[in-house]
Design a protein around this ligand. Sequence first.
Ligand code: ZN
Length: 250
Amino acid sequence: MAVASFYFYAELNDFLPRHQKQVRISHFFGERASIKDMIEALGIPHPEVYSIEVNGEYVNFSYIVQDGDTINVYPISARSFDKPSISVLPKPLSVIRFVLDIHLGKLATSLRLLGFDTLYRNDYEDEELANISYSQTRIILTRDRGLLMRSLVTHGYYVRNTDPQQQILEVLQRFDLFKVVSPFQRCLRCNGLLEPVDKQAITEQVPETVRSQIDEFNRCQDCGQIYWKGSHYERLQRFIDGVIESRRVE
Ligand SMILES: [Zn+2]
């Protein structure tokens, strides 16, 4: 039996069982394996890894682990550590777009509300999610680490929080999106872009009581849903203000 010693930094410990958190792990192995496979066998999905150091040298995912190796694995937040490193991450995306797994419907609505291009359906299969992420270079957000371990997935993130309000904060923080929030640009129902629409053109679709009080309307270019700033709007606006405020007081 060969053995390699692993240490996982910071939030990578979220994926380890209690007895393996924040300690050096001796991992015994019989077969030749890449470091990527070995890290995932220990429970950490590869898109969460920023860099890997073996015996003091940075390696990529295809490195074959040797008997006696001492391995340090750093998370995405390592970018802000004050140390030079060679990352295993793919090039950062120039446009941030998401595809969400079926359990994150409320998070999908919040992301759309804040203007982010977010695909979501409550019947996506794992394979389909991985394919969409790959072919459209979208970041997968999920609470299913098996999905993130699929080889097709290069950009993905395991959402730690279960509360939807906390989830939106977590995602804005992780991808540094507070500065690019742009509310009321997208349809909450289908992710389509909204455009202003003339009040006269939508008399059939909006109740008289609304038309008598509201003058500005937007329409989804894809599904035709009409949006206006009613009581619903105020609730959403408060939510958005709350999100931005919570960032400011940190
Ligand atoms: Zn729509």
